[in-house]
Write a protein that binds this ligand. Structure first.
Ligand code: 13P
Length: 241
C-alpha cells in the first residue's frame, strides 16, 4: 500500500478572522495539489474556515471525553461538527503547558477515532534527551504508551517532532532524520502509517527532508501561517512524491 503523503500546517495559538485570506490562498493551492494537505486551525476559526474552503481542516487538541463538565475544553465530536477531519494529539506544547502524559494522549487518540477524526500523534525527544542519547528509548516509550491498539493508516498519522527543533530554526541532520524515521517505522504496529517530520520545516529545507524514504511529509508550524511560506512547502512535497 502506498503511504499517504501530506503537508499539514499547525497554526497553534495564532490566527484571527483577518487571517482567513491566507486560509483561502492555501486552500486554493491545496485544491491543485497531488499530495495530501491539511490545516490545523485554532478552534475559533474552524467553522468559519469550513464555510469558505474544501481542503482538510483539523483541530490542535481534543478532550478524551465526549462531553461533560470540562470548562474550556473541546471534544473531538465538536471539532468534527465544526468541519474538522483530523486533530493533533500529544503535541509537546501540550505536554509542557498542560502536563499531558502518554496515557492522556492515548485516551485522546481513542476519542479522535470515535468521532471519526484522524489522530495526528506527535512524538519527540527533548534537547537533553537528544544530547544524552535517549532519543530512541523516548520515542519507543511514547509509541508504546500513547498509540492505542487499533491504529491504522486511516485513523492515525505519526508526527516526529524533536522538541528542540520546534520554532528554533534548528533541525537534526538529514541522516539523523532518516535513521530516526526508519526506527519509528520499525516500532509501529502497522508500518503503513504515515510519519511526518515536524520542527523548523521551511521552504529551503523541505525538499531535502521530504525526499527521505521514511518521511511522508511535514507538520509545519511557523511556516504554515501564510500562503507565501506554506504553498512552497506543499509544492516541495508534491515534487518529491
Ligand atoms: P515550527 O515549524 O514552527 O518549528 O513548529 C513545528 C510544530 O510544532 C508543528 O506542530
Amino acid at each position: 500500500m502506498t503511504r499517504r503523503r501530506s503537508a499539514i500546517g499547525n497554526w497553534k495559538m495564532n490566527g484571527l478572522t483577518a487571517n482567513l485570506s491566507d486560509v483561502d490562498q492555501i486552500a486554493a493551492a491545496a485544491a491543485q495539489a497531488t499530495c495530501g494537505t491539511g490545516l490545523c486551525l485554532p478552534a475559533t476559526l474552524l467553522h468559519v474556515a469550513r464555510g469558505r474552503v474544501t481542503m482538510p481542516l483539523g483541530g490542535q487538541d481534543c478532550h478524551a471525553s465526549e462531553s461533560g463538565a470540562h470548562t474550556g475544553d473541546i471534544s473531538a465530536g465538536m471539532l468534527a461538527d465544526a468541519g474538522a477531519s483530523m486533530v493533533i494529539v500529544g503535541h509537546c506544547e501540550r505536554h509542557a503547558d498542560h502536563g499531558e502524559t502518554n496515557e492522556i494522549v492515548a485516551a485522546k487518540s481513542g476519542a479522535a477515532w470515535n468521532a471519526g477524526l484522524t489522530a495526528i500523534l506527535c512524538i519527540g525527544e527533548t534537547e537533553t534527551q537528544y544530547h544524552t542519547g535517549q532519543t530512541r528509548d523516548v520515542l519507543a516509550d511514547q509509541i508504546a504508551g500513547s498509540l492505542p491498539e487499533g491504529a491504522n493508516a486511516d485513523n492515525t498519522i505519526i508526527a516526529y517532532e524533536p522538541v528542540w527543533a520546534i520554532g528554533t530554526g534548528r533541525t537534526p541532520g538529514i541522516g539523523e532524520i532518516a535513521q530516526t524515521h526508519a526506527f519509528i517505522r520499525s516500532r509501529l504496529p502497522d508500518p503503513s502509517l504515515s510519519i511526518l517530520y515536524g520542527g523548523s520545516v521551511n521552504a529551503s529545507n523541505a525538499a531535502g527532508i521530504f525526499a527521505l524514504a521514511d518521511v511522508d511529509g511535514g507538520l509545519v508550524g511557523g511556516a504554515s501561517l501564510t500562503a507565501e511560506k506554506f504553498v512552497p512547502i506543499i509544492k516541495a512535497l508534491e515534487a518529491t512524491s
